[in-house]
Each structure stands twice: as C-alpha cells, then as structure tokens.
Design a protein around this ligand. Structure first.
Ligand code: OGA
Ligand code: MN
Length: 296
C-alpha cells in the first residue's frame, strides 16, 4: 500500500500470514504524527514490521521504541556476567570476550515463545535491531496467533473459554535456567504468571491464542495429563508452517513484533560466526479475554 502525500512511507506485506516491510522512513530522524500513526496501524494489521537499512545507535533505538509507550527493563539473564548498555536494552548475542558471554541466547535454537509472558504485565511488543549477523542461520520466525485461534474447530474454541495457563519464568527461550531460579520438575510448581489462553488484543479487539513457552506450561485446574494433552494439541496446531514467516537478517534491519498476537523463535547458527542484536521492549499490560468478542 502506497500512501504518497500523507506520510511518504510504503507498506509492503510479506505475502505470508504476517509481516510487512515499511519502506521510506529513516528511524534515526524525528517521525511526524501522521507517519507514526501509519506505522502503528500497519503494526496492528501485520503484527510484525521490518525496517531495512537503518543506522541507529542505542539512544536512537530507544527514542523510536518510546513512541509506542514506556519501555521495560531488561529481563534476568541466564549468564550473570552479561551487562546491558542501557537498563532498557538487552544484548542478544553469541559473542564472547575472554571466554565470557556478552549477550543472551548464545547461538542456540530458541523455541517458539512470547517474550516475558511469565510476568503479570507482559510487554506489548519487542523491537530487535541487527548490528552483526552470521552469513547463514539465526533466522527469526514469527507466527500469527490470531490465525491459530481462528482456525481451531468451533468446539475446541468453546472449550478454551475461561481457561488459564501458567507461564513458567524459570527458563529462557533457549531452555537455560535463569540466574537465581530453581529447576522445576512439576509444571504446577513452576513460578510465573497465570494468563487466559485466549487473549483479546486491546487495540484490534481480535482474539489470539496466548502462549509463553511450552516447557513447564500448565492449564490451571486440569489434571496434569489433561493439561499436557491439551497443550500438546494446541502447540502442534499453533506452530504450523502456514501461520509463520521467517526473517533473514541483514545488518541495519529493525524488526518489531506484537507480543499479544505473535510468537517467535530463532534458528541456531554456527558458533564461530558473530551475531549481535540490541533489543528493547514496550511495557505491557495484563492479558485479558473479552467475552463480548464471542457475541454473534
Ligand atoms: C528476542 C528473541 C530472537 C533472535 O529478542 O526476544 O527471541 O532472533 N530473539 O535474536
Ligand atoms: Mn524472544
């Protein structure tokens, strides 16, 4: 969609189930209100936005992200020695200096997840900016949880109304135990927030399946076997290729996603190559389900 004369930006959808490029904006410069509104509308429509060939320093990244709301502090890291450059910036990197990690997630695969959904207030979105990328691997996948919900059989949709899920906070998306957390064997004993399985997006009023991580998740009030079976079934459904799009990174790419209606994952990559990303997160709200959305 071209919006000449109003904002000068062009929105180019990926053609997959989510994601669009925003072309024609330099994020290091002030963004006027009309352009910002067009970007925010595109974000609500496409769930994931990519801005290529940007040249941002950390204050520039924070300035752009703050247009969408207050920012979160970085989460607790698995590796205690990692230091973030700003309280609101998390370094995602496999680079080691003197054998010590300088960032999070290393070079491993990160499984499908929603960022920091183990908190009561969950970030509405994450903004990830590529400073160094490996020649191959390390792609980031995104998946459309509105479509995952909408395509469930009607009886299963009905069965999910009112169900709540515990989101384990003890491990990160690469499966590493966070510093200061104990190993969990029974998901019912996992620390973490409880949220509705169906989440109504406050801006679009559309319903999405809302998951954090599969590991140690459990549905409140169901016997453990029934909880595992239902979660396995829903995760198998939600992680199908047809709901996904993969970002292949170039230096200068800024990608922002909506954590209320999209999950993401990352492919592993060669540990001998370097990958460096700076991430910031837009402060969240309490996930809610609005029963009025089901009225015909
Ligand atoms: C994240 C994340 C994946 C990536 O920043 O929350 O999961 O591709 N990153 O680095
Ligand atoms: Mn993540």
């Amino acid at each position: 969609m071209d919006l000449p004369g109003t904002t000068g930006i062009t929105i180019v959808p990926t053609g997959a189930s989510l994601g669009a490029d925003i072309v024609g904006v330099d994020l290091s410069q002030p963004i006027d209100a009309a352009t910002f509104t067009a970007i925010e509308d595109a974000w609500h429509q496409h769930l994931v936005l990519r801005f290529r060939s940007q040249q941002l320093d950390d204050p520039g990244l924070l300035r752009f992200a703050r247009r969408f709301g207050e920012l979160d502090k970085a989460p607790i890291h698995a590796k205690g020695e990692v230091e973030d450059p700003f309280p609101e910036i998390t370094v995602m990197s496999n680079i080691k200096i003197d054998g010590k990690p300088t960032g999070n997630l290393g070079n491993y695969e990160a499984e499908w997840h929603t960022d920091m959904s183990y908190n009561e207030l969950t970030p509405i979105g994450s903004v990830l900016y590529a400073l160094e990328v490996p020649p191959a691997g390390g792609d980031t996948g995104f998946s459309n949880m509105y479509q995952a919900y909408a395509s469930l059989p009607a009886d299963l949709k009905r069965a999910l109304v009112g169900l709540q899920c515990k989101h384990d906070s003890s491990r990160n998306s690469a499966g590493e135990l966070r510093k200061g957390f104990k190993e969990v064997t029974d998901p019912r004993e996992a620390p973490g927030a409880i949220h509705p399985l169906i989440r109504t997006h406050p801006a679009t009023h559309r319903n999405a399946l809302f998951f954090g991580r599969r590991r140690n998740a459990c549905i409140i009030g169901l016997p453990p076997n029934a909880s595992e079976d239902l979660l396995d079934k829903l995760w198998a459904h939600a992680t199908q290729k047809r709901f996904a799009w993969y970002q292949q990174w170039k230096v200068g790419d800024l990608v922002m996603w909506d954590n209320r209606c999209a999950m993401h994952r990352r492919d592993a990559f060669d540990p001998n190559s370097r990958r460096l990303m700076h991430r910031t997160q837009i402060k969240g709200d309490k996930p809610r389900f609005d029963p009025a959305t089901l009225a015909a």
